[in-house]
Design a protein. Structure first.
Lengths: 422, 90
């Protein structure tokens, strides 16, 4: 039996309350369920000062997460660096640009560690022994890693064409990986059908409302790391579209609790040109999502039929923001731009975000003096194939000073080092 | 001609527990009409007031989302139609 909790599931559309149980959609109208909290309970327990005294991980916001009573964890997930990006800012003509760097999230190097941390807390609460997910890679890594640490069996489902590093980075934790001959949308549909039949804890199917709340911690951290204030703009990559809506929810909650001054933040979404159902809708001024067949190197964002697309578009348009997309060559350029200017190596999804931000600045939709945060959600070491052929590997030289002098003459004097030419 | 329709658990309280249903239909509209007349309680869950498939319901024909096949898609003998709640994944 789940323990009584100061939160419960509520239908986003018809507002029916469903208590706490492993279901993702309203059993009456099929609309998504959302965790609703008792703000009065939270207000009594939380303050800036109280949070400041807690360990630097996402559990410092525990009252704002749907966690079972007496929940204990030994996994210090989250609280990734927020860095001032002056070098990239100069390139994009921004005076106040920040990177929220989830490329170094613990333990599996993507923002998916956050959602899985919360989902597994509830998986234990509901008594699941096997945890699972449909994944474009990062989520599989996060489920596999945290399941290993927390003593769950993990069995995850991926499209067959994922990057080798993401497959290996799941198998190494002892998780069972099922490759599906199809794209992510096929995998996802299959997982819905499996979750309908087998008593497994699918983090992004039947545990989805709890899982999705983990994304809010990106927003809490941004606000706290900016000195308890909200930015003017955030630029967020979109796959299923959940993250951008949850950062918006996080900002709203912080303002309601009086932890930050209320402010209207503009939300900007980033997608790959080859899979852009949400940004296409936004550009048409619409919430209605037409599904697409993904064709992009940004495989972690390759969801052609995004579950939260409607709400993501609504969040963006309602905030006065916009959406942009990045082509494959623009993604690769943006990956190297971020690496060369900030020393951060992001995966293809990060390239999508930086590439989209570049366009948004050029269009004047984001202004130079505004405080803007780019959400970098994954690590470049997982998608090195995207950069194949981009850099030369030189012939080795003999370990002799004379050989090096010759090399110097040939390579470094005649041609300037990379990174200065942009 | 009839096609096999697979019904998710959440709908089965409106279908007397039936998880699959052989439905005489040559296209999606006929299929929905047939489902609605056989299971009247299912009606508000399938289409909105404008007759459009509800936002949170996906319809697949074999492995393909019916939106890729077009609204006028004519079913072939042996087609399997699956109704799946859309809120999953990501």
């Amino acid at each position: 039996m789940p323990t009584p909790a100061p939160y419960e599931l509520k239908c986003r559309e018809c507002q029916t309350a469903w208590g706490n149980q492993p279901i993702s959609f309203c059993q009456k109208c099929f609309a998504p369920l959302e965790v609703a909290y008792d703000a009065n309970v939270i207000r009594q327990k939380i303050s800036r000062d109280e949070i400041a005294h807690r360990p630097t991980n996402l559990w410092r916001y525990k009252e704002l997460l749907p966690l079972p009573e007496h929940f204990e964890t030994s996994l210090p997930v989250g609280f990734t660096p927020l860095i001032k990006a002056s070098g990239l800012g100069e390139q994009l003509h921004s005076k106040s640009l920040y990177i929220k760097n989830d490329a170094v999230c613990f333990p599996s190097l993507s923002f998916k560690d956050r959602v899985v941390a919360v989902a597994l807390a509830q998986a234990r609460n509901f008594g699941f022994e096997i945890v699972s997910c449909s994944s474009t890679g990062n989520l599989a890594n996060a489920v596999a890693a945290q399941a290993a640490r927390s003593g769950f069996k993990a069995c995850v489902f991926i499209p067959a064409d994922l990057e080798p590093a993401k497959v290996l980075g799941t198998q190494v934790y002892g998780a069972k990986i099922v490759r599906i001959a199809g794209n992510y949308d096929h995998v996802n549909r299959l997982c819905s059908q499996i979750a309908d039949k087998h008593p497994w804890g699918f983090v992004n199917v039947n545990l989805r409302p709890y899982y999705a709340e983990g994304s809010k911690t990106v927003g809490y951290e941004i606000a706290e790391q900016l000195g308890w204030r909200l930015p003017d703009n955030v630029v967020v990559p979109m796959a299923g579209g959940s993250l951008i809506t949850k950062i918006a929810k996080a900002f709203r909650e912080l303002a309601e609790l009086g932890l930050v001054e209320a402010k209207s933040v503009k939300f900007f979404g980033a997608q790959a040109t080859g899979c852009s159902p949400i940004s296409t809708a936004v550009k048409a001024g619409s919430n209605e999502i037409e599904p697409q067949k993904p064709n992009t190197i940004a495989r972690s964002l390759a969801i052609g039929n995004p579950a939260d697309g409607f709400y993501a578009a609504k969040t963006i348009l309602g905030s006065g923001g916009w959406a942009e997309d990045s082509s494959d060559p623009e993604i690769v350029d943006a990956i190297t731009l971020l690496a060369e200017t900030e020393g951060i190596f992001t995966e293809t999804a990060g390239g999508v975000t930086v590439g989209a931000a570049r366009k948004l600045y050029a269009q004047g939709r984001i202004r130079p003096e505004e405080t803007t945060v780019l959400c970098i959600t994954g690590n470049g070491l997982k998608t090195t194939d995207a950069l194949a052929g981009r850099f030369e590997v030189n012939e080795p030289i003999p370990p002799k000073l004379a050989a090096f002098e010759e090399y110097l003459e040939r390579e470094l004097v005649s041609a300037p080092a990379g990174g200065q030419t942009r | 001609m009839s096609v096999a329709v697979s019904i998710p658990t959440a709908f089965r309280r409106h279908t007397e527990g039936l998880g699959s249903f052989d439905c005489p239909a040559t296209n999606l509209n006929e299929l929905l009409d047939a489902l609605e007349s056989r299971f009247p309680e299912l009606k508000p869950h399938l289409r909105d007031e404008q007759g459009k498939i509800r936002r949170f319901l996906n319809v697949y024909v074999n492995d393909e989302d019916i939106r890729f096949l077009g609204a006028d898609y004519k079913f072939n003998p042996g087609d399997e139609v699956t109704l799946v709640p859309s809120i999953a994944g990501g």
